[in-house]
Design a protein. Structure first.
Length: 265
């Protein structure tokens, strides 16, 4: 398994997380797994694992995977060590907001290149032109968060099961995407957004909600118990839960679930 170690990004700049290590794999099963090893090995906050290809990329939920041809996507995981000591197994309060804050950094970076709005589809997807551009996967372990990001960059097409629902940046730019430049930009934004004092502040929550996909729209929503309910997307709350309002004006905060389809007003 070939892995290169550096403290610098491809453009020669230092890892914005204080020059922490960046491990670059040509091929691995999942950067989440490699980042977990770096956590156990004692690597510092802001350590990054990036891969050209993952043979077993993971998505949210037990059955979900993230597949991409070699070199087509930007695939990485950042190790975030938490400042306050909490339980080894239970995530801290407000952990649910983390994927949205990570998504915010990715969305801003992409937008600075595309000048088209990138939305945060609760709880962990990024949407462009009503199609999925990127996904975020956050896992809590041993007082740290492993924040995984996958961005569709240079795909020329998608498998039939997601065709029409996924988009790659190449389609917007009309040519190959400099993935590593985008990576440097994203990393710099994550370093700022994920600082302890800012991570869960009101300004961050407002920025997340400004980008919330289908906000103010009626959607079908698969609740954690599997039932599909209808409601209007109100906002993400300060714990990262989705607030939905039903036809009678009652609001409910969901910790998990999935927005299925939406109708714009
Ligand atoms: C989702 O869409 O459900 C989340 C996808 C997250 C994919 C990224 S790719 C880099 C990192 N390594 C993984 O195995 N998964 C995340």
């Amino acid at each position: 398994m070939s892995v290169r170690f550096s403290r610098r990004c491809a453009d020669g700049s230092c890892n914005p997380f204080g020059g922490s290590p960046i491990y670059r794999h040509l091929s691995t099963d999942s950067t989440m797994e490699r980042a977990r090893e770096r956590l156990t090995a004692g690597d510092p906050h802001g350590t990054v694992v990036i891969a050209e290809y993952q043979s077993a990329g993971r998505g949210r939920g037990a059955a979900r995977s993230w597949a991409a041809k070699p070199g087509s996507s930007l695939l990485f995981t950042v190790l975030l060590r938490l400042e306050t000591v909490s339980s080894r197994s239970e995530p801290p309060a407000r952990f649910g907001l983390t994927p949205l804050v990570v998504g915010l950094g990715v969305a801003e970076a992409v937008e600075s290149w595309t000048a088209e709005p990138v939305r945060l589809k609760w709880p962990n997807d990024l949407y462009l032109r009503d199609r999925k551009l990127a996904g975020v996967l956050c896992r809590y372990r041993d007082n740290a968060v492993l924040a995984g990001v996958g961005v569709n960059c240079n795909q020329r097409g998608f498998p039939p099961e997601i065709k029409g629902r996924a988009i790659a940046l190449r389609e917007m730019w009309g040519g190959p995407v400099a993935r590593y430049k985008l990576f440097v930009d994203i990393l710099a934004r994550l370093q700022v957004h994920l600082k302890r004092e800012e991570r869960f502040g009101p300004a961050m929550l407002a920025a997340v909600n400004d980008r919330l996909y289908m906000r103010g729209c009626e959607v079908s929503f698969r609740a954690p118990d599997g039932k599909v309910v209808g409601g209007t997307v109100i906002e993400a709350d300060s714990d990262g839960r989705l607030v939905l309002e039903n036809g009678s004006g009652e609001r409910r905060n969901y910790i998990s679930g999935e927005i299925l389809v939406g109708r714009r007003p």
